[in-house]
Ligand binder design. Structure first.
Ligand code: PHE
Length: 348
């Protein structure tokens, strides 16, 4: 029993000297390890006279339990202290400039296409889409361009082979006129725009074999050239600036009658004459006209009851003007340095 008291006293003294986890664990080994002082007391139980054995045992156990609860408490205290110290050291300095996250940027074609769509949607149009692989009927015949018609010459394209021979890559988004009218089963009013890729056998600084157009079609009763003029004038001013002057010239498209081409005053020389406008002061931006009655009839519309106007323009052309891009091929070149120049340029 004396020995127990001795060990307990020693333990009490040693407890006060513990200041880290290592020391605490060493203390545990010293008292409760295989050859630990308390462990040894336990193994001495059998040597204790029988009548004292019970008390001896419970006393040893008491010392052991005391130590264990001290151990747990101290361990928690030391661990908490360690964690707090670590947290204090690792405080974040929020005044440091943050690491920059690289952001992608919208391609100029996506940007300008969305601008066109937003404008027309605000005027009550819906965005319509059609396939790039088309039939000869939709691309030409139903647009009043029969087989062998000379208007096909300026729109040579890529034809599919073998069993897909009747398909070609569309040369104009005017195919959307046919599709929108045919798909509109009640044959009533329509107001759509269709942006998309088109293909032609062209390749130089201002023509690419693949480029983008946006088509517009309005069908209703009592639609006139005045509606067409007002719409396109507004369109040019909204996209190219309020100061833009717009000019309509008579032209020819097989699927519109009458047909016009729309010019805007040259924004490079303000109409004085330069290389961009080939000294004319004007730049052609749109083809348009009143939907030909033959086209209305071929697409299931009553041409006595309904009129319409249609227009089409190259989105690339507008992007080249708006962003001052000299060569159309850079638009499709996938050079990241080109696209990066459009990083958050406009207010977004
Ligand atoms: N599709 C014609 C072209 O590609 C443009 C156009 C569209 C003309 C609609 C009139 C009406 O040149």
């Amino acid at each position: 029993m004396e020995k127990i008291e001795e060990i307990k006293k020693l333990l009490e003294e040693e407890k006060d000297t513990i200041c880290d986890l290592k020391q605490l664990n060493e203390l545990k080994v010293k008292y409760l390890g295989k050859k630990g002082l308390i462990t040894e007391l336990n193994s001495q139980i059998k040597e204790v006279p029988k009548e004292e054995r019970k008390e001896f045992g419970s006393r040893v156990n008491e010392v052991r339990c005391d130590f264990l609860s001290f151990y747990e408490e101290k361990r928690k205290e030391l661990e908490d202290a360690l964690l707090n110290e670590k947290l204090e050291k690792e405080t974040i300095d929020i005044s440091l400039p943050a690491k920059k996250v690289k952001r992608g940027s919208l391609h100029p074609m996506t940007r300008i296409t969305e601008e066109f769509e937003d404008l027309f949607v605000s005027m009550g149009y819906t965005v319509f889409s059609g396939p790039e692989i088309e039939t000869d009927e939709n691309c030409f015949q139903k647009l009043n361009i029969p087989l062998g018609h000379p208007a096909r010459d300026s729109q040579d394209t890529f034809y599919l082979k073998d069993e897909f021979e009747r398909f070609l890559l569309r040369t104009q988004t005017s195919t959307a006129q046919v599709r929108a009218m045919e798909e509109n089963l009640d044959k009533g009013p329509l107001r759509i725009v269709c942006p998309g890729k088109v293909y032609r056998r062209d390749d130089d600084a201002t023509h690419s074999h693949q480029f983008m157009q946006i088509e517009g079609l309005v069908i209703d009763e009592g639609v006139s050239m005045a509606d067409l003029k007002g719409t396109l004038e507004l369109f040019c001013k909204k996209i190219l600036g309020e100061k833009t002057s717009v000019r309509f010239r008579p032209s020819f498209f097989p699927f519109t009658e009458p047909s016009v081409e729309v010019d805007v005053n040259c924004f490079k020389c303000q109409g004085k004459g330069c290389s961009l406008c080939k000294d004319t002061g004007w730049i052609e931006v749109l083809g348009a006209g009143m939907v030909h009655p033959n086209v209305l009839e071929m697409c299931g519309y009553d041409s006595k009851k309904y009129q319409g106007f249609a227009f089409g323009t190259g989105i690339d052309r507008f992007a080249m003007f708006k962003y001052n891009i000299p060569d159309i091929r850079t638009i499709y070149g996938n050079d990241i340095r080109f696209i990066k120049q459009f990083d958050r340029k406009d207010s977004e």
